[in-house]
Write a protein that binds this ligand. Structure first.
Ligand SMILES: *Cc1c(COP(=O)(O)O)cnc(C)c1O
Length: 339
């Protein structure tokens, strides 16, 4: 029985074609800037998304951290969502390693940070205050693509206040596919963008930070300081180039399957469907039945993640097909029918 792992889109296995591309990769020492496949990946994403340069790094957490370290100095501040990955799920790295103070803002329901709340959080230039330097957004946010006109307005606000603007675009391509625009239409509102290759795109490892030369040069220095200067990383970059060619348009399949999963779960008594956005489905189930549900699903070969968020998040990806969706709906239905 094949396992259906709905915990995250990070769990995918590289496809046979991706492994073949990795096997054939030309490589060199990336600390010397000599890995041709890493360089090709960085240049390709920079060109596609409209930036000067890119930097291939091991994780999205490191990519966001390097962006914050490149934009901000010790004693500076960045404005960020209270539920944003950068603020909440990255170990407080900006504060720990950069002496950068976060200023969290409560998200609106749609994942945006309301412009008036941002404006109110920007500190006057005065020795009492940290220096507000950067606005950091996330797209998609809990699966939701942020509205394009909001991105333009947020950019204009940041510019008018002299702030930089960074996007945690871990799932930028999901947002682009959902909005039916090229990814560059989203990226153009930001100074720097971080993209995860190991989520919906299905590669084993890696993220890319994109931006202007001055910021990417700073980020490259900080990557070395953080121990992220790697060597023949072209093996991994080859997987990423393969994914950019073959795994972007198909994200629509993940979104369609998430929609079908939501439809199937909606009518099951005991499940409260909270929403479905891109490749994520959010449901609420009675708290006292969570452990039993988890055990029941495990027996049916289905993995879910309980206890991270107050609600359950089910994520579709490359390794979940139509049969996986049908099996999942059937397993949920059987559990709640048994009451
Ligand atoms: C996964 C993720 C990251 C980075 O995660 P890593 O596991 O460090 O690669 C950053 N932001 C968001 C929104 C994410 O989902």
């Amino acid at each position: 029985m094949e396992t259906i792992d709905l915990r995250s889109d990070t769990v995918t296995q590289p496809t046979a074609a991706m492994r073949a591309a990795m096997l054939d990769a030309r490589v060199g020492d990336d600390v010397y800037g000599e890995d041709p496949t890493v360089n090709a990946l960085q240049e390709r994403l920079a060109d596609d998304l409209g930036f000067d340069a890119g930097l291939f790094v091991p994780t999205g957490t490191q990519s966001n951290l390097l962006a914050l370290l490149a934009h901000c100095e010790r004693g500076d501040e960045y404005i960020v969502g209270m539920e944003a990955h950068t603020y909440k799920y990255e170990g407080g790295g900006a504060a720990v390693l950069g002496s950068i103070q976060p200023q969290p803002i409560v998200h609106a329901e749609d994942g945006t940070l309301p412009l008036e709340r941002i404006r109110a959080a920007i500190k006057p230039v005065d020795p009492h205050f940290a220096r507000t330097r950067l606005l950091a957004l996330e797209n998609t946010w809990q699966g939701r693509p942020l509205p394009l006109d909001y991105l333009r307005d947020a950019h204009d606000l940041a510019r008018s206040q002299g702030l930089g603007i960074h996007l945690d675009g871990a799932r930028l391509f999901n947002a682009a596919v959902a909005c039916n625009v090229p990814a560059r239409e989203i990226a153009r509102h930001f100074d720097t963008v971080s993209i995860c290759l190991s989520k919906g795109l299905g590669t084993p490892v890696g993220s890319v930070l994109l931006g202007p030369h001055a910021l990417i040069d700073k980020a490259r220095r900080w990557r070395k300081v953080c121990g992220g200067g790697w060597r023949q990383a072209g093996i991994l970059a080859a997987a990423a180039l393969h994914a950019l060619d073959h795994h972007v348009a198909r994200l629509q399949d993940d979104h369609d399957r998430a929609a079908r999963l939501a439809e199937g779960l909606r009518s099951i008594p005991g499940i409260d469907l909270l929403g479905q956005h891109t490749n994520m489905v959010f449901i609420h189930v009675p708290g006292d039945r969570l452990r039993a549900l988890d055990a029941h699903l495990r027996d049916a070969g289905i993995r879910i993640s309980i206890g991270y968020l107050p609600t359950l998040r089910l994520v579709t990806h490359l390794d979940i097909d139509d049969d996986g969706i049908a099996r999942t709906i059937a397993a949920f239905a059987a559990f709640f029918a048994a009451g």
